[in-house]
Design a protein around this ligand. Structure first.
Ligand SMILES: [Zn+2]
Length: 237
């Protein structure tokens, strides 16, 4: 079961979550090899969540998670996210290349990955399969951002040293802090924890396998995604 039936999205603006304004905070700053263009060409993405696929994935690296969730999603595609058909015949399309930046053993690792795509035979729309570790329109994984935030909270090194280590700008770090806090605040009813940036709240997001799909179903875009879609029927989230 891949497809999360879209409920009416909660307006993003109602949580006073202002988008980052510094150019380095924008998703385009971390996009390469046409990530945004490739993902925008698919009208609605299929988000592959381990919980919905009934997979135990704790402790897996982002790469393994990506591979397992993609493989499972290809074997068992759910209803079409565009037309809602329960059992459409999908045609596998040419994958597109994308960068994935993840954290492994406290270090930044960059890889080029292939995102698989399916086209619905009934409505003709194509859908990219995006496993839960990926954030749409960006290269950094959820795990990478959480690792950076954990390092920031540990206070073991100065902010500029930490940013050098992870190869990010200071403004990017603060945009992630801002985004994490605001999106967690917005989802208080989903995650029954104190909604603030802390090692406890990060651990809750990591441990709460239901959190990512619930957030997506409720708001219509992905946790830690910089920008929500323009409208529920607009570009994928
Ligand atoms: Zn369809």
């Amino acid at each position: 079961m891949l497809h999360i039936k879209r409920r009416k999205s909660v307006p993003y603006q109602s949580f006073a979550l202002s988008p980052p304004t510094h150019p380095l905070c924008r998703p385009s700053a971390v996009l390469r090899t046409g990530d945004a263009l490739a993902e925008a060409s698919d009208t609605v993405m299929i988000r592959a969540f381990s919980l919905l696929l009934k997979l135990k994935t704790s402790g897996l690296s982002d790469l393994h998670l990506f591979e397992i969730l993609t493989e499972t999603a290809l074997r068992c595609p759910g209803p079409c996210p565009s037309c809602g058909s329960s059992f459409p015949a999908y045609r596998q399309m040419q994958p597109y290349s994308r960068f994935m930046i993840s954290a492994e053993n406290g270090k930044r690792v960059e890889r080029q990955i292939s995102v698989q795509r399916l086209r619905c035979s009934l409505c003709g729309h194509s859908h990219a399969i995006l496993p839960e570790c990926l954030i749409p329109y960006g290269s950094y994984t959820v795990g990478f951002i959480l690792a950076v935030l954990e390092a920031y909270l540990s206070r073991k090194s100065r902010v500029d040293t930490l940013c050098d280590q992870w190869q990010i700008s200071i403004s990017t770090l603060y945009s992630w802090i801002h985004r994490f806090q605001n999106q967690l605040n917005a989802s208080r009813s989903i995650l029954d924890r104190v909604p603030q940036l802390s090692l406890t709240s990060i651990a809750s997001v990591r441990a709460g396998s239901a959190f990512l799909p619930d957030f997506f179903a409720r708001f219509g875009f992905s946790f830690l995604q910089a920008r929500p879609p323009a409208s529920p029927s607009g570009p994928p989230s």
